[in-house]
Write a protein that binds this ligand. Structure first.
Ligand code: PGA
Length: 241
């Protein structure tokens, strides 16, 4: 594992964008695993700048997002479909047909999750998977639990995740209670993994996940077993590590 301490959020975002940009330049048909949340917004801005300045071409790129709320329409402003269009897809020349986000609008969880797992497999797997980390150590929406989910699955969100994400909804009651998410097994199959975290609120979980014991009660801790992980955090998030 490579643990990189960036100066601040802007530096973290630029360094993370550079890693993704390098993958696209090395393989213009690469498969990106993408994440939502506040943390990656800055790195998506950087990738958009790279596209606008002619540095990056997304025309051959395929993407798979980690997760989506169950029950939200693709046009719902808090859906991850909407987030990705707003922060990246509509701003670069990626073919919308090559962008994939679990279909939260499909109430048939088993079918939606199986189809997603199969689409990743059929694409040949993910070259680089971007991850944020939840305050409870979740990656994707894989919440602390007694074991590591292997495949894309439907999860019940924990109270801490619902409360954390309620900042983006009008009220906590509007936060969906479930989500479809790549499993830990799906994530671990990515050839390369990039984790980003910033701010003092993430310092304890960064310490526990990357320097503590590997346990499904801290889902991100499994990444210590992946052969090619880069963790980029700002100084505040690194403060306890
Ligand atoms: P955040 O979310 O980037 O909004 O902190 C990270 C996560 O919950 O995975």
């Amino acid at each position: 594992m490579e643990f990189v301490v960036a100066k601040d959020y802007a530096d973290m975002s630029r360094q993370a964008a550079d890693l993704i940009a390098a993958c696209i330049k090395e393989n213009p048909n690469c498969k990106l695993g993408l994440a939502t949340g506040s943390t990656p917004e800055g790195l998506y801005d950087e990738l958009v700048v790279d596209f606008e300045t002619g540095e990056l071409d997304f025309s051959g790129v395929t993407s798979f997002n980690l997760d989506e709320y169950r029950g939200l329409d693709h046009d719902h402003e808090q859906s991850y479909h909407y987030f990705m269009r707003k922060h990246l897809f509509d701003a670069v020349n990626i073919d919308p047909a090559n962008t994939h986000v679990p279909d939260g609008s499909n109430p048939d969880a088993a079918t939606a999750c199986r189809a997603y797992e199969e689409a990743i497999r059929a694409a040949g797997g993910i070259d680089i998977q971007l991850l944020g980390i939840g305050h409870n150590g979740h990656i994707g929406f894989n919440e602390p639990a007694a074991d590591f989910p292997k495949y894309t699955n439907c999860v019940d969100l924990t109270e801490s995740t619902i409360n954390a994400n309620s900042r983006l909804f009008d009220s906590v009651e509007e936060v969906p209670l479930q989500a479809y998410t790549m499993g830990i097994g799906t994530i671990m199959k990515a050839r390369k993994i990039l984790v980003v975290a910033n701010g003092s609120g993430k310092a304890a979980i960064v310490r526990d996940a990357f320097f503590g014991p590997v346990t499904p009660f801290v889902p991100a801790s499994i990444l210590q077993f992946h052969p090619d992980v880069t963790v980029i955090v700002d100084e505040q998030a690194a403060a306890l590590s």
